[in-house]
Design a protein around this ligand. Structure first.
Ligand SMILES: O=C(O)CCC(=O)C(=O)O
Length: 269
C-alpha cells in the first residue's frame, strides 16, 4: 500500500515502490537542506555524455561571447532523444519529486556555453527578500521549493576555474545580501563531466568567471511545483513538445500546464 508522500517518515520507496529511481540519500538530503545545493557524481555514462556533446556539436551553435544571451541556448528538447532522456533520468527524478512535490513540472530548460575568460550572470536569489516564485522552506518534515535547478555538467569544471557559484546556506538567509559582504562567502562548486548538481533557486547563486582553457558546457533543467510557473514555456515550446509524440507518458506529465487541479502526478501512486 502506498502512502501519501508528505506523511512524516514516508520514504520514496514507500511512496512509489516500483520506481526505478535514485532517491536522495540521507547525506544528500542533509547537504541540500543545509547548503541549498548538492552534487551527484558521475551519473552520466560515457555513451550518454558522448551523445549529449555530439548532439550539441551538431546544433552548430554560434561562438559564445561576453553577453549572457550569447552564452545560452535552447531548442534542444525537440532535437536528439538524449536531451529528452534527461527530463526524467533515474539520477534526478526522485530528488526532483521530493523537492518540488509529486506533481512537479518542467518549467524551462536551457544550455550554457562559455568561452575562456568570460563572465556570466552575477549573484542573484537568496532567502531574503522573499521571492514567492523562488523560495526554500522546510515544513512538516519536508522541503518546499519554488524552483529547482538541475545542472548537467558536460565538461569538467575544475576547482577554481569557474561555473556555478553560491553562498552556501543563503536560501535560509534572514537578511538581504549586504553590499560589501565578504567575497570569501561565495563558493564555486567544482564539477566533473557526468556530474549533476541540484540547487534551489532560493539560494544566492550565479556564475563565476570561466577560467578553464576549454569551453564550459552544461545543460540546465528547471523544475517547479505543479501549480507554479516561473517562465512561459508551458504555453509555447513545452506544450508543443507535449503534443509531439516524442515524449513518454511520464515525460508528458512533466509538461502539464501549471495548475493544482486537474494535474496528474508524475508517477501514479
Ligand atoms: O552558471 C551557473 O551555473 C549558474 C546559472 C544560474 O545562475 C541559474 O541558472 O540561475
Amino acid at each position: 500500500m502506498t502512502k501519501h508522500w508528505h506523511e512524516a517518515g514516508s520514504s520514496w520507496r514507500t511512496y512509489a515502490p516500483d520506481m526505478d529511481v535514485m532517491p536522495f540519500t540521507d547525506v544528500e538530503r542533509y547537504h541540500f537542506d543545509l547548503y541549498g545545493y548538492v552534487v551527484r557524481r558521475g551519473v552520466l555514462d560515457d555513451p550518454e555524455l558522448d551523445a549529449l556533446v555530439d548532439s550539441i556539436d551538431a546544433m552548430q551553435l554560434p561562438s559564445p561571447g561576453a553577453s549572457i544571451q550569447s552564452q545560452r541556448f535552447t531548442g534542444f528538447l525537440e532535437g536528439a532523444q538524449v536531451f529528452r532522456d534527461l527530463l526524467d533520468h533515474e539520477a534526478i527524478l526522485a530528488p526532483v519529486l521530493e523537492l518540488c512535490g509529486p506533481k512537479a513540472r518542467l518549467d524551462h530548460a536551457y544550455g550554457i556555453v562559455m568561452g575562456p575568460g568570460t563572465s556570466g550572470l552575477g549573484l542573484h536569489g537568496g532567502g531574503t527578500p522573499h521571492d514567492p516564485a523562488q523560495f526554500y522552506e522546510f515544513r512538516g518534515g519536508r522541503m518546499y521549493n519554488g524552483l529547482v535547478g538541475v545542472q548537467w555538467a558536460l565538461v569538467d569544471h575544475p576547482p577554481g576555474e569557474g561555473g556555478f557559484c553560491c553562498i552556501p546556506g543563503s536560501h535560509r538567509a534572514n537578511f538581504a545580501l549586504p553590499a560589501g559582504a565578504d567575497p570569501g562567502l561565495v563558493v564555486t562548486v567544482p564539477l566533473n563531466a557526468r556530474d549533476v548538481l541540484f540547487f534551489t533557486e532560493g539560494l544566492t547563486h550565479g556564475t563565476s568567471t570561466w577560467r578553464a582553457s576549454h569551453d564550459r558546457l552544461a545543460l540546465f533543467y528547471k523544475y517547479a511545483p505543479g501549480h507554479a510557473s516561473w517562465g512561459v514555456q508551458y504555453q509555447t515550446t513545452l506544450q508543443a513538445l507535449a503534443g509531439s509524440g516524442l515524449l513518454t507518458e511520464r515525460q508528458r506529465r512533466l509538461m502539464q500546464i501549471p495548475a493544482v487541479h486537474p494535474h496528474d502526478a508524475v508517477e501514479p501512486a
